[in-house]
Write a protein that binds this ligand. Structure first.
Ligand SMILES: C[S@@+](CC[C@H](N)C(=O)[O-])C[C@H]1O[C@@H](n2cnc3c(N)ncnc32)[C@H](O)[C@@H]1O
Length: 369
């Protein structure tokens, strides 16, 4: 076969669902980011700060950690805050979020805040060399740089295993790459604090809502709404690393980074706590209990759809060329996405009702040598 005809990896041009949808449906990530607060340095000795949030999406979950970081800066200090994400991110929603929280960020005008937005993949340099004091990132580093060519079709279970092995390899080289890139832009003595979606060693099973989503996709193939080809094309370039896998990358880069702290935490979707409260309030009233279960199913499915929509629409476009892949969604694609969300809610209610939706996060504080 000539090299020209061989499928090649393409840029992983994903974004979260736009028009502020992600902002409204990412409360689990919000809790995830806030658990990193204990890693934040005291900045009371600084008067100028440059901070980058890598993969900030529409910003809702960036604000609270940034506010917390800025809280120890002396009055009158200035802070350049760089909000980074891929070019297809909803930067209008991000700009609105930054504006909406302007007074909180500048502590009611006691700081000078200079926000900027940088639409570029973090697998590239994002700022100039040695310009950054603190880098942060929440729930973003499990997105890989490239979408690999689809593996030859086989049964779905085998395919899923093969994808995991393939993605693990890329996840390692991607983490090494992005740590090298950050080492070039974060100043010696500066720090890099991040939380990424992880995997408890030995546990491969996806959470209940991800399982419901897979069942819904199979149902949509069976009822002819999706084709087999589209189902096979649902191959998100993502990987949830174990702590040990992250350690391998840190060991390789020990000359650049020192791991100051690391820990693992399971974060439950906040709607789960709400569900328990509503069930307790219902005091056995069946109608109220069913209502609470429906609300819970709706929130957790909207949560996963906020991050998964682009992958779904990309799969609908299986077989079209790269440029077509990035066009605005059509109304029929939007309708299929709605049908998919509705079906996933039904499956969740019938087969996974009230199951706890939780996510494993790995937290790191690295200092630049
Ligand atoms: C699950 S969202 C997390 C967003 C936000 N940090 C939060 O805590 O809610 C992942 C974000 O990472 C961004 N992302 C993924 N790969 C990226 C890359 N290579 N460069 C920049 N951003 C990327 C996505 O576009 C998305 O906005």
């Amino acid at each position: 076969m000539s090299t020209l005809s061989q499928p090649r990896p393409t840029e992983n041009e994903i974004a979260m669902r736009g028009s502020g949808y992600y902002n409204k449906n990412s409360s689990l990530q919000h809790v995830g980011a806030l658990s990193a607060v204990e890693l934040f340095p005291d900045l009371s000795h600084k008067s100028r700060l440059t901070l980058v949030d890598y993969g900030c999406s529409q910003g809702a979950n960036s604000i609270a950690p940034i506010k917390q970081l800025l809280s120890t800066l002396p009055d009158g200090s200035s802070a350049h805050i760089i909000f980074n994400d891929r070019p297809y991110n909803d930067f209008s929603a991000l700009a609105a979020t930054i504006k909406q929280h302007g007074r909180e960020l500048d502590r009611n005008r006691s700081l000078m805040i200079f926000p900027s937005m940088v639409p570029i993949s973090f697998y590239n340099p994002v700022t100039s060399p040695t310009s950054v004091d603190i880098g942060v990132s929440w729930s973003s580093f499990n997105y890989l740089e490239y979408q690999q060519p689809l593996l030859p079709a086989s049964d779905l279970a085998t395919l899923v295993k093969q994808r995991t092995t393939r993605n693990a390899k890329h996840a390692h080289s991607d983490l090494v790459k992005l740590l090298r890139l950050r080492a070039a832009e974060i100043k010696p003595g500066g720090c890099f604090i991040f939380a990424l979606g992880g995997r408890v060693a030995g546990n491969q099973s996806p959470n209940a809502v991800a399982q419901a989503m897979m069942v819904a996709i199979k149902c949509m193939v069976e009822n002819g709404t999706l084709t087999q080809e589209q189902m096979i094309a649902l191959d998100p370039p993502m990987y949830e690393r174990s702590m040990e896998e992250c350690d391998e990358a840190f060991t390789k880069l020990a000359a650049l980074w020192t791991v100051e702290r690391k820990f693992e935490r399971i974060v439950a979707h906040p709607a789960y706590v709400l569900l328990q409260e509503k069930k307790a309030e219902a005091c056995g009233n069946e109608a109220e209990e069913i209502k609470a279960s429906r609300e819970y199913a709706s929130i957790v499915v909207d949560w996963i759809v906020a991050s998964f929509s682009w992958f779904f629409v990309k799969a609908l476009r299986a077989g079209v060329d790269e440029e077509e892949q990035l066009k605005t969604w059509t109304s029929s694609e939007e309708s299929l996405l709605e049908e998919f969300a509705k079906m996933t809610k039904e499956v969740f209610l019938t087969s996974f009702q009230d199951q706890k939706v939780e996510f494993c996060y790995l937290y790191f504080k690295l200092s630049r040598n």
